[in-house]
Design a protein around this ligand. Structure first.
Ligand SMILES: NC(=O)c1ccc[n+]([C@@H]2O[C@H](COP(=O)([O-])OP(=O)(O)OC[C@H]3O[C@@H](n4cnc5c(N)ncnc54)[C@H](OP(=O)(O)O)[C@@H]3O)[C@@H](O)[C@H]2O)c1
Length: 318
């Protein structure tokens, strides 16, 4: 597996990472053993970057990731900052408490990246960055990450404690964050693309809203609603044809497209299936020509149809 450097503080990871959220939430009930098998397969295939968060099952996902990754101790990234009612809490005392819980859940003495999951409008980002700086000095955290942060927050945070990575949604369906790539590159901050498969739509397995398990967020996701769904399906059919002409799957094409956007970008596709891990990591070996990239741009000139979240959950970049 090829390696990529994220930020200027020394973080080097596999070009394709692994996102563990789906084992515990968002896409219907998961199976811990199956999820653990997927993580182990990712490790065998050279993945060294495993992403979790306090939010994903309030410690449950961290326990699965920690236990499974323990024998090989690859990079673990986790996140703080949500409250149980999906508000934000980045007060310094809360950050320290959540990190201590995360270390206990993961069974480790440090995490590689500690992300602020969402910017907290009530806590100056300088206070957050200062707290992370102390945690880095204490050896509990190696690198500082932000998620869904806007340019001013990124600059202010970076001035206190260098930020190594921004994690935000990015895929063939979602390109808004490209607006921030200039700031990231100016400051030397790497980028981690979350939901890089458009929550599974860019894999050719999408079903209409209402046909997923009751707890699956895609039943309400705007991209799955009538009107948008058919247009997205049509785009994925065209992408699938292009992928097939390169002996690849559409999921591999979607991930290879992200990798082609810069050496400082790492996608973290999520799957609970070891077989799909194999498919997704295969994207690291798929090279897209400029003609391929042009054909993709013709198919989806402005991304997917429909917003990436329902209104109340849509992150605002502050
Ligand atoms: N920072 C944030 O706020 C934030 C928000 C969302 C996500 N994330 C992170 O990003 C990671 C990835 O995002 P995500 O899980 O939302 O979305 P994703 O990676 O775009 O898609 C995941 C969905 O695609 C399916 N899938 C994956 N590979 C497949 C393949 N090869 N063929 C068919 N289906 C496939 C998975 O189903 P199966 O499991 O059934 O294979 C799952 O339903 C998360 O796990 C999490 O770590 C971060």
């Amino acid at each position: 597996m090829r390696q990529r450097t994220l930020g200027r503080q020394g973080l080097v990871t596999s070009a394709v990472g692994y996102g563990s959220m789906g084992i515990s939430m968002a896409y219907g009930p998961g199976d811990d053993a199956e999820g653990a098998a997927a993580i182990r397969r990712a490790h065998e295939l050279g993945v060294t970057h495993f992403d979790t968060a306090e939010l994903y099952g309030w410690g449950e996902n961290e326990k699965i990731v920690g236990k499974t990754v323990a024998p090989f101790r690859d990079e673990i990234t986790t996140k703080f900052g949500f409250t149980r009612d999906y508000g934000t809490d980045s007060r310094p005392g809360h950050i320290r408490e959540v990190l201590d819980n995360s270390l206990r859940n993961l069974g480790v003495d440090h995490v590689d990246v500690l992300y602020q999951h969402r910017v907290d409008p009530d806590v100056p980002i300088e206070d957050v960055a200062g707290t992370i700086k102390e945690l880095i000095e204490a050896g509990k955290v190696k690198y500082f990450g932000l998620s869904e942060a806007g340019p001013q927050t990124i600059r202010r945070a970076h001035a206190v404690q260098p930020v190594s990575v921004l994690q935000t949604e990015y895929s063939l369906f979602e390109g808004d964050v490209e607006k921030l790539f200039g700031v990231l590159r100016e400051l030397g901050i790497g980028f981690v693309a979350y939901s890089p498969l458009g929550r599974g739509f860019l894999t050719g397995t999408a079903k209409p809203a209402g046909q997923y398990e009751a707890t699956d967020m895609r039943n309400a996701d705007p991209r799955w609603q009538p009107g948008n769904f058919e247009k997205n399906l049509d785009a994925v059919a065209q992408l699938t044809e292009l992928a097939a002409s390169k002996d690849a799957t559409v999921a591999q094409l979607a991930l290879a497209w992200i990798l082609a956007q810069g050496e400082d970008i790492v996608p973290i596709p999520g799957t609970r299936s070891a077989e799909r891990v194999e498919e997704n990591t295969g994207a690291a070996d798929l090279t897209l020509t400029s003609a391929d990239l042009e054909a993709i741009a013709q198919i989806l000139p402005t991304g997917g149809f429909g917003a990436r979240y329902v209104d109340h959950a849509l992150p605002t970049w502050i």
